[in-house]
Design a protein around this ligand. Structure first.
Ligand code: PMT
Length: 406
């Protein structure tokens, strides 16, 4: 339900050197088990052969509007009706202009005109062409007509110039494509997610931290974005890239996280605290690196503020507050204790000693305990992306319950 598997995706490729990059996208979509059909403009076929896209998609590639072997079939109507989503990439200046004016002069244009599916357009061209008033006006017209547009990226272009005009990268495109085929049950909700560890400095070279990679929190941020939420991710140090379509605030220490979270939480509809926040920090932070022979073997610590506890105190009526609990035993009892102490609506307990779950793993197994919930819900061991969606299903249910009570 929350993946591209089984979705009918029509990819429209137009004439730009960036067409070769879209071959990789089609391959990624096929690997994700989407059903991909490629339409190429005549100009696109000068850059990449239809055979490349046929081999990568496993499907016939369409080019001409009146193919000799099409018989009486109205290809554009069939493709337009079958599509769950259309992706036009690269969209050349010429293609943007034709679509903006509703021209129906080739198979790609006429299929785009005929479809009721959402259309995502990724432009690519020389930066002067991209910033030209005519192109800007065409992009604006397309936006007004309800097309979804991704901005071209900046960098060195195939023509040697530097500027904006590069085709967006697949990791920045895939989340927007996914969002267009995902039920928008969290639209208009601001969801604040925290992720990763915090680092508590000892001196400029050393810190105290933990094993959190950020994977669980980033999966939650991606899932909430796909379901239409406005997502803010407050992340401790993590090697993961910023998720597309998510506003990311990177922080280092628990005190930094405290500040960022409290600033963002005031108007958030949901706060999900998946970060592993250090409970303590060194009482003294040295300005200079401490020499080996000067190190005292004991380190004195002071308590960090408990961010979630503070959020629980400040919780607005209707706001949903969700904590995580990293435990190694007595999961349910430990989870219930934190749920009550921090005034939470839901807690996701994970056994950080179990194989395939907790810190750093690609998968997780969560025990969900809601406020007033007699029997906890034990979720299966699944990918962190799937676990994130299961947790958000519960959030969606909480909103439906609240609406019913109004
Ligand atoms: O990042 P990954 O490698 O994917 O690993 C995921 C995870 C194991 C870190 C994640 O699933 C998880 O369990 N996160 C919470 C870890 C944790 O700090 O649990 P805790 O039981 O110590 O804290 C309970 C809750 O209070 C948490 O929501 C925590 O964010 C919050 N807390 C804790 C201390 C503190 N000073 N402020 C807080 O807000």
């Amino acid at each position: 339900m929350y993946t591209l598997a089984g979705k009918n995706i029509v990819v429209g490729v137009s004439g730009s050197i960036a067409a070769f990059k879209v071959a990789g996208w089609v391959s990624a979509l096929a690997k994700a088990e989407a059903n991909v059909t490629v339409i190429m403009t005549e100009a696109a076929q000068r850059f990449v052969t239809p055979l490349t896209f046929a081999a990568l998609s496993g499907n016939r590639v369409y080019g001409a509007m009146f193919a000799a072997d099409a018989g009486e079939e109205m290809t554009h109507i069939r493709l337009a009706r079958e599509a769950d989503v259309m992706l036009i990439a690269p969209a050349s200046a010429q293609t943007l202009a034709r679509l903006a004016h509703g021209l129906a002069d080739d198979l790609l244009a006429v299929t785009t005109l005929a479809t009721r599916a959402p259309v995502l357009i990724c432009p690519a061209m020389n930066s002067a062409m991209y910033s030209h008033a005519a192109t800007r006006a065409n992009l604006e017209t397309l936006r007004v007509h309800g097309y979804h547009l991704l901005q071209a990226a900046s960098g060195v272009l195939a023509c040697g110039e530097e500027g904006q005009g590069r085709l967006a990268e697949w990791p920045d495109v895939q989340p927007f494509l996914l969002r267009l085929v995902t039920p928008q049950d969290l639209a208009k909700k601001k969801i604040l997610v925290t992720a990763g560890p915090t680092r508590e400095a000892i001196d400029p070279a050393r810190f105290l931290s933990n094993r959190s990679s950020g994977k669980m929190g980033y999966a939650l941020a991606r899932a909430a974005m796909a379901r239409g939420a406005e997502v803010v991710l407050v992340s401790g140090p993590s090697a993961l890239p910023d998720p597309a379509g998510v506003r990311v605030r990177r922080v280092i220490s628990a005190l930094d996280m405290y500040e960022a979270v409290l600033a963002e939480a005031a108007d958030a509809d949901v706060v999900i605290k998946a970060a592993a926040v250090a409970d303590y920090r060194p009482a003294t932070v040295f300005d200079e690196k401490v020499k080996k022979d000067q190190i005292d073997t004991s380190l004195s610590l002071i308590a960090n503020p408990d961010i979630l506890l503070e959020l629980g105190r400040r919780k607005r009526p209707g706001q949903i507050l969700i904590g995580f609990a990293a435990e190694t035993r007595n999961l349910e009892a430990a989870g219930r204790k934190k749920l009550a102490a921090k005034n939470l609506d839901l807690i996701a307990v994970n056994n950080v000693k179990a194989a395939g779950g907790g810190f750093e793993a690609e998968t997780n197994q969560l025990l969900l305990i809601g406020r007033d919930q007699v029997a906890p819900e034990a979720l299966p061991l699944v990918s962190k992306d799937a676990a994130a969606h299961m947790l958000l299903d519960r959030v969606s249910w909480l909103f439906r319950q609240a609406a019913r009570l109004q």
